[in-house]
Ligand binder design. Structure first.
Ligand SMILES: [Zn+2]
Length: 242
């Protein structure tokens, strides 16, 4: 399948997937047909416009602009799919509830329903927040920050967390993701927006990447614990185990 001659008609997102809808060039047929370019940026992927980059992997020549995809570590995913292919790919990922496409009430309720499912009872809340089949779109930085904002220790299990705490988590997920969107995301490695600007969310990080530094709320020393190989930064006082 080729994208040559096609027109970008729509760009949307589900979970961590960015999807560009492209109307195919109609050289051979009058049928309107669409293709979808699906992207998962993973650790180091990003789109940039009208520039070059030493880790540039793909270049899209548009009418008046050049769009490049750069990815230092090659963990990103790009796929060209037709409508059926896109549907089955997304379905196969069994994406959980997306904080940005639900009303707050729906989001809270769906989260409560999921987290207390018996199959998750031995999992830690940190595991659950990163599980894309439970909540789609939340990454490690935001999971750490959401737990801090909610005063919940990352190693707590669902049985140790009450309904009201889950509701608080839901509200903090919504609030923290909204804030990050507003300030252009997190530039921890070398992420930038398409305009090359770094994201400003690191200024708002209370725990992520702050091991050994004093908590802004209580001055305790920020600690880190590994959960499934991912570093979980937390304040031992603000996020007590008991
Ligand atoms: Zn603290």
């Amino acid at each position: 399948m080729t994208l040559e001659g096609s027109r970008i008609t729509h760009i949307f997102r589900t979970g961590k997937y960015i999807i560009m809808e492209l109307k195919k060039a109609q050289r051979w047929s009058n049928d309107a047909e669409y293709l979808y370019l699906l992207t998962h940026l993973a650790m180091s992927g990003a789109y940039l416009i009208n520039t070059t980059h030493r880790h540039e992997r793909i270049k899209f020549t548009l009418d008046d602009n050049v769009l490049i995809y750069k990815d230092m570590r090659y963990f990103g995913t790009l796929k060209i799919l037709d409508a059926d292919g896109l549907k089955s790919y997304i379905e196969s990922k069994k994406l959980g509830v997306d904080a940005f496409t639900k009303t707050r009430y729906d989001f809270e309720m769906q989260l409560i329903k999921k987290v207390y499912e018996p199959r998750y009872k031995r999992k830690t809340i940190k595991n659950l927040l990163l599980d894309q089949t439970i909540i789609s779109g939340l990454g490690n930085i935001y999971a750490c920050e959401v737990l801090f904002a909610s005063g919940i220790h990352p190693l707590k299990t669902p049985a140790e967390i009450g309904f009201n705490e889950i509701k608080l988590l839901a509200r903090n997920i919504e609030g923290i993701i909204a804030l990050s969107y507003e300030v252009g995301g997190s530039s921890i490695k070398d992420y930038t927006g398409v305009d090359g600007q770094e994201g400003g969310f690191s200024e708002y990080m209370e725990v992520y990447g702050r091991k050994g530094q004093p908590c802004n709320a209580c001055k305790s020393t920020i600690e880190v614990v590994k959960v499934d190989g991912r570093s979980s930064f937390y304040c031992p006082t603000c996020q007590e185990v008991g």
